[in-house]
Design a protein around this ligand. Sequence first.
Ligand code: MN
Ligand code: MN
Length: 316
Amino acid sequence: MAAPEPGPVYVVGHKRPDTDSICSAIGYASLRQALGDGHVLPARAGALNPESRWVLERFGLTEPELLARATGLRLILVDHNEVAQALDDIEHAEILEVWEHHRIGDLHTARPILFHCEPVGATATLIAEQYLLHEIPIPASIAGGLLSAILSDTLLLASPTTCDKDRRMATRLAALAGVGIDELGAGLMAARGCVASLPTAELFESDCKHFDFAGKQVGIAQVEVPDASALLERREALVAELEAQCQAAGLDLMVLMVTDIGRRGSHFWAAGPVREQLARVLGSAVDPVQGLWAEGWMSRKKQLVPALEAAISGDG
Ligand code: MN
Ligand code: MN
């Protein structure tokens, strides 16, 4: 009697997916399929943002299947490894692999697994590298998606998270996709600029991550735009939404980080009982309405998260 066919294995990124979560899932599932694992399928843990939608259309890639929750599923995680950012009920999924470039989080597995975490600018850089290591040709559409993810996560290779491997992979992927890095970057930024015109609540939803820092519940919403001036005109509405979301979610701290890619820095606002920790980290008072402009602060994962966690844990 033949063994039963194994069910699908889904490759999935974090909630409120960004282009790295979407395109790394598509890219890694496609690699595994090319290696003979036809049951490995790309998935997503939330709605596509305007930038990711633009990327899928630009390169003719299919929108990954939406998963509502993780219960009973077999999963390969890309671009996250924290319970608060994963599909609901992740504790009741079987996690088979993790491909990551963030801090090590709080996910546990029953068995030993492949866990690849490397401090590069995008998970997509690691996925592209796997194609090269397995000597599998990267289709032009996948190359375009992976390149978009690298440019998106590294803010066009300008973020302090960018490393040599990201730049090398970006150059190779651009050739394979038949696109110029600058031209693609301009398209990505234009698509991302549309975020600024979203209603305020959706703007927060577009990229908000939750963390547990020494028992304190912290939310950090980041909006990265080519030019922040239009958003600054809406600062009163942004601050009101920040306060409302912080209260509704019962957070100890909620931070809004509006990154101005052109000016290479971010505007910050904070809400919640331990809001003064943000001022401590940034070294200056954060005005409740005007916020605080901080030159050089561009990365949530590499700059803000470690500094805030240290401050809140009391060893910062
Ligand atoms: Mn991501
Ligand atoms: Mn990423």
